[in-house]
Design a protein around this ligand. Structure first.
Ligand code: G6P
Length: 590
């Protein structure tokens, strides 16, 4: 996790500029933050515990500087405190560094350095990298020391380093994102593009094992494996700044929920050749896997049901973190389809790496087209949802669901039928995302805002949506929420139902309808308060949230009222829905 931002150029307010850049990356980590900058030959550091979004320019007067690096942290090694916040100094305080990732073998290196007299003040793996660079710098140049140090790091990293007496920034990556924004005689280095989008839309993607050095208005690149200079292309990207900002909305989460009116259409509007090509690969493959983590994992599980029903094909599902335990089953005829918003989730990336070792072909369904995942895949299907900033995924989810539905139809020779179904579903979204609909859900939110637990049930392709609904409610409302397959209730979870326990039943007009209504009735008989999400009202419902009848696209429409409910509960309970406690948008650690 964690966000990195660095600047080198003619502006003399680099520290503040870095702070502003980090504010755009806060979704990646928000427990503490810090900035290091060069001022009159010295390195100054300013660190704080808490959200960088709360910082105002008047809170601290930075000295004039045109070179600065910064970091917004999501703690992995060591608790949340000022000492563990980045940037970290080397022993001699000459080298300072920020890091996103995990230095897996840091304890061995730390012991080795301790024997050489190094003393560590933090509990982080990052501080060890700074000391390791210093150790090499005793006998080598700054650049060579960085090159040598990162060769010793096992795991994933994106680092940005500066040294007291050198007017340069060195950045390197392996597995964690780093993108360079190229302005006029100035360079921005960040974990994600929106952070520097207001200055430039010209970018250079740093690849794994590459190092970049910014010095005297110039940038150079080095491949640390081949040990040679590399030339990199500048790419102009099309994202506009508004799509990365909240605009008039109080939170990104509601902005992104509303954007689904448009994003779903964009997801449906895929290049048919690419969809047909992936469908062909699925038909040809001897075993296909869908993988993803968190919300993307739940979407991948919906895919298993969609393919069974629409294209009569069995696809295996695994969470990214569980996929490695299927590795014995993989051959060069296997196909892996990874679902991800960020394209940077470490567990999904590791699964892909394992599959690639076995010669497996990789398809990724991903929002960030510049991501590691997109770049290491054989075929990419872009979500085209624009930047998703709120930690809780909303618009990316429905876009992913739409693409899987389209693929399932394409696999059965019915891409046009699929497109038609999805366009129809997308056209119904206006009936769901409007003030009247939101008010209706708000009445429910007010009623249940203080409950301890709630449950969501679904069947068939709406069973994974019950799981996704639970995640949505948990992550922003902090109410205990669990999703179950309707039929599983009677095998245990029904014991949790007492008077007025809210239970959301996802009821589609499909072959599961009667059974899920029966399950809701069983809950009601035990005192449960039944909230029906369904095209039609039913006597078993105590509260009805109408959703349009979307046929096989019902998972897409059923999750939308839950997204709205989760958002409203978060606001009513005074939680920040964009930055839920303990979570981060992009989980780049295993
Ligand atoms: C984190 C986020 C989730 C997301 C998951 C997978 O846990 O909080 O919202 O679903 O990562 O992320 P990805 O970028 O791969 O979709």
């Amino acid at each position: 996790m964690c966000g990195i931002f660095a600047y080198s150029g003619p502006r003399n307010n680099a520290p503040l500029l870095v702070v502003e850049g980090l504010k755009c990356l806060e979704y990646r980590g928000y427990d503490s933050w810090g900035v290091a900058y060069q001022a009159k030959g010295d390195i100054k550091i300013y660190k704080k515990v808490g959200k960088i979004g709360d910082f105002k320019a008047k809170d601290h007067k930075f000295e004039t500087s045109s070179l600065a690096i910064g970091h917004s942290r999501w703690a992995t090694h060591g608790g949340v405190n000022r000492v563990n916040a980045h940037p970290h100094f080397s022993e001699n305080k000459e080298i300072v560094l920020v890091h996103n990732g995990i230095f897996e073998n840091y304890l061995d290196t730390k012991k080795f350095l301790e024997k050489k007299g190094h003393k560590f003040i933090s509990k982080t793996d990052t501080e060890v990298i700074a000391h390791l660079i210093e150790e090499h710098a005793k006998t080598h140049s700054f650049e060579d020391s960085v090159k040598m140090a990162i060769k010793e790091i096992e795991g994933r990293y994106a680092i940005v380093v500066i040294k007291e007496d050198e007017n340069k920034i060195i950045a390197a990556r392996k597995g964690s994102p780093l993108i360079i924004g190229v302005g006029k005689n100035e360079f921005f280095i960040a974990s994600d593009i929106p952070a520097f989008l207001k200055y430039t839309n010209k970018v250079i993607y740093l690849d794994d094992n590459q190092i970049c050095t910014v010095e005297n208005k110039k940038i150079s690149f080095f491949d640390n494996i081949k040990e040679e200079e590399v030339k990199k292309r500048i790419i102009e990207i099309e994202w506009d700044i508004e799509s990365a900002e909240k605009g008039e909305h109080p939170h990104f989460m509601i902005k992104e929920i509303i954007e689904q009116k448009d994003t779903l259409n964009r997801a449906i509007n895929q290049d048919p050749k690419v969809i047909e090509q992936v469908a062909k690969e699925i038909k040809k493959a001897f075993g296909t896997y869908f993988i993803g983590c968190g919300t993307a994992g739940k979407v991948a599980l919906v895919g298993e049901y969609l393919f069974a029903k629409i294209s009569k094909k069995h696809i295996n599902f695994a969470f990214g973190s569980e996929f490695p335990y299927h590795r014995q089953f993989l051959t060069n005829k296997t196909l892996l389809i990874a679902v991800s918003q960020s394209g940077e989730t470490a567990d999904t990336l590791e699964a892909i790496e394992i599959a690639k070792e076995k010669g497996v072909k990789i398809v990724s369904i991903v929002n960030v087209e510049s991501s590691t995942m997109a770049r290491i895949s054989d075929i990419v299907i872009p979500l085209k949802a624009g930047p998703e900033k709120a930690v809780a995924s909303t618009k990316a989810t429905t876009s992913q669901l739409a693409i899987l539905t389209l693929l399932a139809y394409a696999c059965n020779g019915g891409i046009l039928e699929g497109k038609h179904l999805l366009i129809n579903a997308a056209s119904q979204i206006n009936d769901m995302i409007n003030p009247r609909y939101e008010d209706h859900i708000m009445k429910l939110a007010r009623k249940i805002k203080n409950v301890e637990s709630m449950y969501i049930i679904g069947r068939g392709m709406n069973y994974p949506i019950a799981l996704e609904a639970a995640i949505k409610l948990q992550e922003v409302s902090y109410i205990h929420a669990e999703g179950f397959a309707g039929g599983e209730l009677k095998h245990g979870p029904i014991a949790l139902i007492s008077k007025d326990t809210p239970v959301i039943a996802l009821v589609a007009n499909d072959d599961c309808k009667n059974e899920i209504i029966s399950n809701a009735t069983e809950v009601k008989a035990r005192g449960g308060y039944i909230i029906g999400v369904s095209p039609e009202n039913h006597e078993v419902f105590d509260y009805w949230i109408r959703v349009p009848d979307a046929g096989n696209a019902s998972p897409i429409l059923n999750i939308i009222p839950i997204q709205i409910l989760a958002y409203q509960l978060a606001v009513l309970r005074k939680n920040n829905p964009d930055m839920p406690r303990n979570l981060a948008k992009s989980v780049t650690v295993k």
